[in-house]
Design a protein. Structure first.
Length: 59
């Protein structure tokens, strides 16, 4: 099933990243490159042991 959310989210799809020029938010949350953000989420596994359970079930 391929769901197209383009129409539902058309008001926010092309918005730019908020600019925080020297404010308190930016001091606590400095800009992070896409590469570094990807590194944070890459090792995430929502269900620990899921892959192993699938492998064991198919054997």
């Amino acid at each position: 099933m391929n769901i197209d959310y383009t129409e539902e989210y058309k008001d926010i799809i092309n918005k730019e990243r908020p600019q925080h020029n020297g404010d308190e938010f930016e001091a606590r949350h400095p800009h992070m490159s896409q590469e570094n953000r990807a590194k944070i989420f890459a090792p995430f596994a929502a269900l620990k042991g899921y892959e192993e359970a699938i492998d064991n079930a198919s054997s």
